[in-house]
Design a protein around this ligand. Sequence first.
Ligand code: PMT
Length: 357
Amino acid sequence: KPSPLNGSHLSSDIHSNGLNSQQHFIPSLSGASTPASTASPGPVSAEVYFASHVAPKSLHENAEKIRSFVDRHMHEGRRVVLVTSGGTTVPLETQTVRFIDNFSAGTRGATSAEFFLEEGYAVIFMHRQFSLQPFSRHYSHSRNCFLEFMEADDEGIHVMPAYVDKMRTVLAEYRATQKAGTLLTLDFVTINDYLFLLREAAQIISKMDVNAMYYLAAAVSDFFIPADKMSEHKIQSGDGLLNLSMDQVPKILKPLVNDWTPKAFIVSFKLETDEALLPLKSRQALKRYGHQIVIGNILTTRKRVVKMITMDSESEIRLTAEEEEVQHIEIESRIVPELIKRHSEWIEDCGKHGRCG
Ligand code: PMT
């Protein structure tokens, strides 16, 4: 009979919100093919993590892309922002059949990337594979199928008149971005892909001495199964209940801020469901990691209210119902210019003092 190692039970479909730090799956002692993970008391350090996990195959190629992208835009005098977007997955098997995911569609990241591009930034858009992307986001998830924007007649296939104006604008922006080469998209799927790619990008950008902005909107898994404890093959269902024990993902904001890219302007996000916790948790993050700003958002209101929290200030950006529902203003159109202003001040300050922060 299966017996849980510890913690709570997992429902059989293994679909879960990777953001919820209460989430703790435990499962499976039954059968030789199940993961034999044991819970560790706290997160391993980033150093230990990287030493005990294998880098994704695409890392080298992506590193080259980042290097030449940043080099080009640095010489052309553009500012660089690295936007992370969408959710990371946590595989349960090495030959992955099942994985844990979270709700993020990448709306925040993809929308923000567009506004950074509009403001002249060169954008490294590090996103979950198949999540929303700048420009195509207007069409990819808003209807069942892109064909719903089209109609056919004897002369050919056209965009339906109701969508033409907006599509003309989006298309023009998309083409202008392609021409300028200001958008580099890199994808990740698993938490492991994400961690290696973020570290690589940060170290490359830092070596090039660029005061980049990091806009960490991705929903990053809090728990994972370490490679050496993962089942190689598909976990068998015939063995009864599945209990998982997962380790904590290392807190990589600390090495990001202190070691990998000390001159960067780092914006992290904090997602909560309880409004009362948000300022406290955001300040805790600032204290713990020493970065510049936390943007706090509540799951249900994240598209119309955010809080911008620094060590010595707190402000709110809030859309009115009219702005949101009638004018269709996106809150990222307010967040991004505010951050750009602060990024400018940060760069100016770095220049004055010869050091940042
Ligand atoms: O994609 P959408 O549907 O638009 O949703 C957007 C969002 C709600 C996901 C986004 O606005 C948001 O809040 N993202 C952060 C989610 C979160 O709570 O992350 P966290 O508390 O686990 O992590 C804090 C910060 O550190 C985040 O910026 C995260 O990207 C970063 N982080 C966390 C852990 C880790 N190992 N690496 C990280 O970079």
